[in-house]
Ligand binder design. Structure first.
Ligand code: ADP
Ligand code: MG
Ligand code: ZN
Length: 475
């Protein structure tokens, strides 16, 4: 039997206004090389200055994952030669990163949580882009120098499920913190997956392979599954020494395999050394205060929803998995809807309907306030759940007044005691022998009276009211 060991390195593009070491904007530029200056073009004599906003955003992540936020961290140069890096080195933080020793908790399918240790999170500058265009190649440096936060986990994960759960948790956390848009398709949240296998019970780790730049949860899962199988087979066939060695591989989407890209560089290959142009990044009290401006994070939300609002753990996990869902839910509550009904009307009724449209929760044609209003009408017995579904079907297509719809669609429930009692008394008068039997102990007949009353009201009576009043009358 074998055990899988996984450690992840996640590159998060920080959503700062300007680049990490210069004042060039990070926003989209229509023209190649428009967002550049002597610093990010690495012209001689230009000096880097650390972007405070990037440092604060890195610190905010640090506080969110219970890490040490280092008050004087250092920058290093990592040498490599590619056309998309005009300085021929990347400025990064090798040994004294701004964020060190954190933790992230992941939720497993059996309802338990697992702690994943975080080695560090460090600031570094992104490279530009090489654009291959027929017979020639071009270099676009608009992205050169944009801030990345590289977040490194300990090798604490033991399956692809755990790795994906970790990535999703980290993804949602950086989005709650609003430090990155974390758009995976656009590459602002991408990860390197380190995988090794070892015989169960062996203390030392096996040899790890690094799979670079995966940009979807599905590919992470598939790449790990492929690597585990490849490495396990090599072990079983006695080829482990020759077939599994420390190297960088790439996930080939079309073939569904990982392929060797290059042997893993040793740290020495990068000739790391402290960047002489940058003094230590010193954290001020003002930066700490700014970094601590933090929203309620998913773990705290899940605890509050389950303990204070009575939401089931599974539902709380679903709602808190994305900040947009959690904020939508909370806006429903703020408009007066009950937590219990809001959960169902958000996760099942609204999301189910949105799935069939081009909309999602961020672009929902039904606002949280509107859905909250609808749910309040159910809470108050003004309409039935069935009636509310009909109204929601309309609201998905066009924004209309809920009270107006209740009237025009004839969906108002009769909750008025007098009107319901009138019907009940008629039913009781018409069925004296059933009333006798019921009072004689045939309790099953209660359903008969409910059914008759609902029928006589043409389904408009509030069932809860009918129950209450029947109990009173038949007592
Ligand atoms: P390097 O500095 O060479 O990149 P690190 O020690 O920083 O190596 O590790 C990089 C990543 O690889 C980390 O996420 C770590 O958890 C993971 N890792 C280290 N050893 C193993 C292993 N044997 N199997 C799986 N992952 C590992
Ligand atoms: Mg590393
Ligand atoms: Zn610049």
């Amino acid at each position: 039997m074998f055990e899988t060991v996984i450690g992840l390195e996640v590159h998060v593009q920080l959503n700062t206004k300007t680049k990490l070491f210069c004042a060039c904007p990070t926003s989209f530029a229509e023209h190649q090389n428009a967002n550049t200056c002597p610093t990010c073009l690495a012209l001689p004599g230009a000096l880097p200055v650390v972007n405070k906003e990037a440092a604060v955003k890195a610190m905010r992540l640090g506080y969110a994952i219970n890490a040490n936020v280092v008050h004087a961290s250092n920058f290093d140069r990592k040498s490599y030669f590619y056309p998309d890096s005009p300085s021929a080195y990347q400025i990064t933080q090798l040994s004294n990163a701004i964020v060190q020793n954190g933790e992230v908790f992941i939720d497993l399918n059996d309802g338990t949580q697992k702690r994943i240790g975080m080695t560090q999170a460090h600031l570094e500058a992104d490279a530009g882009k090489n654009i291959h265009d027929g017979s020639h190649s071009k270099v676009d440096l608009n992205r050169a120098g944009t801030p990345l936060l590289e977040i490194v986990s300990n090798p604490d994960m033991r399956s692809s499920e755990e790795a994906v759960a970790f990535l999703k948790k980290l993804h949602s956390t950086v989005r709650y913190l609003d430090i990155s848009d974390a758009n995976m398709q656009e590459g602002s949240f991408r990860c390197d997956v380190n995988v090794s296998v070892r015989p169960k019970g062996q203390a030392e780790f096996g040899t790890r392979v690094e799979i670079k730049n995966i940009n979807s949860f599905r590919f992470v899962e598939a790449a790990i599954a492929y690597e585990v199988q490849r490495q396990t087979e090599a072990y079983e066939d006695g080829d482990y020494e020759t077939e599994v060695f420390q190297e960088t591989r790439l996930w080939n989407v079309d073939e569904g395999v990982t392929k060797s890209m290059r042997g893993k560089e040793e740290a020495a290959d990068y000739r790391y050394f402290p960047d002489p142009d940058l003094r230590p990044l010193v954290v001020t009290q003002e930066m700490i205060d700014e970094a601590l401006k933090m929203p309620e994070l998913p773990d705290a939300k899940i605890k509050r929803y389950t303990e204070e609002l009575g939401v089931k753990r599974y539902d709380a996990l679903v709602i808190c998995s994305e900040k947009e869902l959690a904020y939508y839910f909370e806006a429903m509550l703020a408009s007066g809807a009950s937590a219990k009904n809001s959960v169902n009307w958000l996760t099942t009724e609204l999301l189910g309907r949105l799935k069939k449209t081009e909309f999602d929760i961020t672009t929902s044609p039904v606002s949280a306030e509107k859905l909250g209003e609808l749910v309040s009408k159910i809470d108050d017995g003004i309409i039935s759940g069935k009636g509310a579904k009909e109204i929601l079907d309309v609201l998905i297509k066009e924004d209309k007044d809920i009270d107006g719809l209740i009237n025009s669609m004839g969906l108002a429930q009769v909750s008025d005691d007098g009107a319901i009692l009138e019907i009940i008394d008629g039913i009781i008068a018409a069925n004296p022998e059933k009333v006798e039997q019921f009072k004689g102990g045939k309790e099953k007949l209660f359903g008969f009276f409910v059914g008759q009353t609902m029928k006589a009201s043409k389904g408009a009576a509030n069932p809860q009211k009918v129950n209450e009043l029947l109990k009173e009358r038949l007592a």
